[in-house]
Design a protein. Sequence first.
Lengths: 406, 239
Amino acid sequence: MIIEIFLAIRFLREGRGQSLLILAGVAVGVAVMVFLSALIDGLQQRIIGQTLGTQAHVVVRMPEEIVRPLLEPDEGQRIARVVQEPAQRTRSIVGWQRHLEAIERMPGVEAVSATVSGPGFALRGAASRSIVLFGVDPARYDTIYAVSQHMHAGAFAPSGTEAVIGIELAADLGVEVGDRIRIATAGDREQTFRIAGIFDLGNRDVNKRWAIVSLRAGQTMLDLVGGTTSIDVRVHDVFAADEVAGRIGSRTGLSAESWMQTNQQLMVALRSQSSSSQTIQAFVILAVAMGIASVLVVSVVQKQREIGILRAMGLSRQRVLRVFLVQGLVVGLLGSSVGSAMGAGLVIVFANAARNPDGSPLFLLRLEPPLFVTATVLATLVGLLAAVWPARRAARLDPAEAIRHV
Amino acid sequence: MSEPRGKGPVLEMRDVRKSYGEEVKVEVLHGIDLVVEHGELVALIGPSGSGKSTLLNLLGLLDRPSSGTLRILGQDVSEADDDVRTHLRAKALGFVFQFHHLVPALSAEENVRLPLSIARGRVSDADVPRALELLGEVGLSDRAKALPRQLSGGQQQRVAIARALAHDPPLVLADEPTGNLDTETADGVFELFRRFHRERGTAFIVVTHDPRIAQRCDRVVSLLDGVVVSDVRNGHAKA
Ligand SMILES: Nc1ncnc2c1ncn2[C@@H]1O[C@H](COP(=O)(O)OP(=O)(O)OP(=O)(O)O)[C@@H](O)[C@H]1O
Ligand SMILES: [Mg+2]
């Protein structure tokens, strides 16, 4: 065994009480980190999952028409004016097939789907409901929203004069799979569709207002033959959606909006949640580091004489330095292993305790290996860094001075 | 005596002075000249406070002279950097400190093995037999596993003596090695020194207050108030 490691372990074992105390400190710190991270991650993943269930990561549209005043004020002048925004018509993306293919090939993009959408009414007998009509390519659309996995009845494969509608809308109209409804749009178009499926996407508004038909039927109904109003994009990394949207925008000249822009409030909330959790963790790490450092400093003072003897017997400064660095390392490594186990236990207990009234878990606390790896690496590093100062003190000790003190 | 272990003296000290203190300097050693040949067994005597331990610390490269030169194994170490001095300590010197400093966290056997471990840079089972043999020489075979605090003062001192000899250094510096020992044990320890001296050609500088021990050395150097006042060899004054 390398002599530094041998001595480090012996020194730790000799000061058993101190070593155990600081090990416990590191373990508690790491447990808090693991638990907090798992909790916040689980919470955020759940919120984001819910949000993105019915939203594309990036939505690409035609840029909005902007009004530009004819007259700009000179320095010191003011112009009184009333700017009238133009009524934004539903406009088709010019050359959308080309854009669709281009976006599909961009890095970070997982799936794309062209959609034509617009307002309309669903009618059955005397019942009439305001809806949003979507014309989609079902196969592509499904890669983004996974509607087929959320079918209440029937299948998600609208073609010809078939429609798939939300579960609440179906209830409002009193229809089931196989029944027929009429759908009307602004241009006085009206057509009968057979209900091919009923979905439940977990969002009340969506379940109440969405009706999905084939792309061609949608284009006809919305008076945009051959056109689409948006291209929905799914990205690999949901948190890179902003960046991907930026690239799509500059590449195509279209307006590309990420889910993060659409949900700014949510993002602010998530960010502040993350940063407060990170602040807590930073303080925990700091406390752990100071704990390790102070215990090691005390141990250096207590071991002055031994260090002097070892130096006198020809143990080099570097080796003395490493004896104490290794102690920090060992404390960090052992402490974080114990702490990881404690944190995992805490998470499991908490996940079992916190349940919805129906007994389903309130949180999806995920214990992912990277979390433990990160915590362990971090704590070990912190142990090492915390040991630097005591170790340098030890290495600087003058052997003659250290030995004189009996 | 065996073949000399090297050419030239094992240590050579010229006009070495040592002062302590920052503002008020107190000179403790006033120009010491001392040459010790390989395989010499030297007793260093003198009253308390005469500077024996100070001199030994300089010879042991634990402290630096304020002026003068010091050569160990022919190498000038007065100005050498810490790495060179550390290496030389590990290779050439064995220590028995005045207060028999053992490492409390290590067993008797591990303490004895320490110089070998330091020289190797790692702790090896291959060194255990050597350590046990030396413990046997000082009569502590049965205490190999004991920690220093489980040993009596005299036993600790004997472990320290075994440790100083473990790596077979050319020069052993011993500060009152028999101070805590009864006459019989002291004689045993001194016999061990003599045997290394005879068989291995080890040079010893032994600080002692015991005239019987001093008598049995090749040479007796007396220190008084930081000055060598006599240097007697084989019972006859040297120079
Ligand atoms: N670090 C120091 N600072 C100041 N003075 C010192 C220091 N070390 C030793 N001295 C002084 O140097 C003188 C010699 O001390 P030293 O320890 O060498 O004596 P000694 O001969 O070994 O005595 P003893 O037989 O009692 O061990 C003493 O007067 C002591 O007070
Ligand atoms: Mg002394």
